[in-house]
Each structure stands twice: as C-alpha cells, then as structure tokens.
Design a protein around this ligand. Structure first.
Ligand SMILES: [Zn+2]
Ligand SMILES: [Zn+2]
Length: 99
C-alpha cells in the first residue's frame, strides 16, 4: 500500500495533464482520472467563478488549478476526514470561454 504523504512528485501534474479527462459543467470544470501515484480514481471540481474572479485573465489564458488526489481508497498514515494519498500539483486548464 502507498502511504499517505503530502507532496508534489516530479511529473505528477504533467501526467495528470496528459491522462485526465476535463469536462465543463454549468458552474466550472470537472477533472477526473487515475492518480499517477496510487492509481485510484480521483475527481476535482473547480468553480469557474472562483478561479476567474479578479485574476485579470483574458480569453484563452490558462487557468491554474490545484489538483490533489481525492481517492476514497485507504492509505496508511492519513489524517481523519481526508481523502486521497496526499499527492497533488498544479495543472493549466484551458477554458473555451473564461467569462
Ligand atoms: Zn489512493
Ligand atoms: Zn493518489
């Protein structure tokens, strides 16, 4: 079993960018795929208004999104009330219409 650890391994975010699916929802975007560290399914919900507000983004600019493993499988050493294996990173999401 992979032990819980809060870290951003080299290449973690890149593998998320390459392999995860992105879907626009009425309120933002949903990003999901298999965590590159523990290979469990994880989903990240992003509220578009929070991500865009006050950032001065123009159309076509990438939206940096913090993605953290949110799997529901057990990992030893994990604090109570927390999901995932602790790994995370930032990926750039490109929205067709940022407004
Ligand atoms: Zn996991
Ligand atoms: Zn994980």
């Amino acid at each position: 079993m992979i032990e819980y650890c809060e870290e951003s391994p080299d290449g973690w975010a890149r593998r998320v960018t390459e392999s995860w699916s992105i879907e626009e929802t009425p309120t933002g975007v949903r990003i999901w795929g298999d965590c590159p560290t523990c290979w469990h399914r994880s989903t990240t919900q992003v509220d578009k208004t929070v991500g865009v507000k006050g950032s001065g983004r123009a159309a076509g600019d990438p939206l940096p999104v913090a993605v953290i493993c949110d799997c529901t499988e057990p990992h030893s050493g994990r604090p109570d009330g927390v999901n995932g294996c602790g790994r995370g990173g930032y990926i750039d999401v490109f929205l067709e219409d940022p407004r």
